[in-house]
Design a protein around this ligand. Sequence first.
Ligand code: SF4
Length: 288
Amino acid sequence: MKVITAKSAGFCFGVRRAIELAEKTVRGKKRVYTYGPLIHNPQEVKRLAKAGIRSIEAPGRLRGETLIVRTHGIPREMREKLEQKSLHIVDATCPFVKRAQDIIKKLSVDDVDIVIVGEKTHPEVVGLVSYCRHNGAVVDNCRDIKKVKLGSKPVRVVSQTTQTPENFDAVVAEIKKTCGDVATFNTICKATKDRQRSARQLARQVDVMIVIGGKNSGNTRRLAQICSADTPTYHIETEKELDPRWFTAAKTVGLTAGASTPDWIIDRVAKAIGGNKDGRFKRIKYSG
Ligand code: SF4
C-alpha cells in the first residue's frame, strides 16, 4: 500500500508566523495570553500552553499582561477596548486576514451592502463583520442569499480567507441574478487555494484520503469535503482516531492536513498507519 502526501499540506505562512511570534514573545516570561486559541488545532494549542502561551476568552480582566491577537483577528470594537487597557498587545493576525479587514473598512466608506461569504460564527468572520460600517451580511452558501435583504444599494462581496473559490463564485452568481451593481473581492488566500487544489488532485488518485486537522478548523473541514467528492475520506485530529478497517481494500492512501496542523501530528499519523510521510506502508498499526 502506497502513502502519498499532498504537495501542499499542513502549516501555512500565517499560522507559522503566529506561532513563531508567540514563541518569541513568551521567551524570558512566565506566561503570555492569546485571545481565543491562537490557531484552530487543539493539540498544538495544548503544546503552546505548556510553553506558557495560554488561551483565554475574557481578556478584559487582564492587567499589565501580554496579549497576543490570534491569526483569525478580533472584532474592531474589541481591539479598541483592549488598546485602552494597560496591556502589551502583540498582533499575530495573519496579513491575509488583515487585508480582508482593510478591504471591508475601505468599502464601508461608501453606502453599500457588504456580503461576506463565510461561516457566521467563525472568529475571522466575526472580526470581518465588525469592519462593516453600514450593512454587512454573512452567507455560508448560495441558498443563504434568500435570507439576506439586498436592496437598491450597490453590493460588494468579500470572502472569508479559507472559503472555496467554487462556493464564492456560486454566491456571487446568485447575487447577480437580482442585483445590478455587484463588485467582488476574492480574499481567499493562496495557502487555502494551494491546499484545496493539491487535496483534490490527490483524492482523484488514491483509494482513501486521510485529512488531518482540528475538528474546529474550517479550512480542514473544507479539505475533507473536497476530498470526499472523489474518494472515501476520513477527517481525524490525531493518530488515535485511525481505524484499520478504512484501509482493508486500499492500495493507495492520500494524506493531507489543514493549514493549522503541525508536522509532528502529520508524522505521527503517517507512522501509526505504518509508513513514513512519503514512504510505503509496511503494516497497519492501530493505536486507537
Ligand atoms: S490559511 Fe491563509 S489566511 Fe489563514 S492563516 Fe493561513 S495564510 Fe493566513
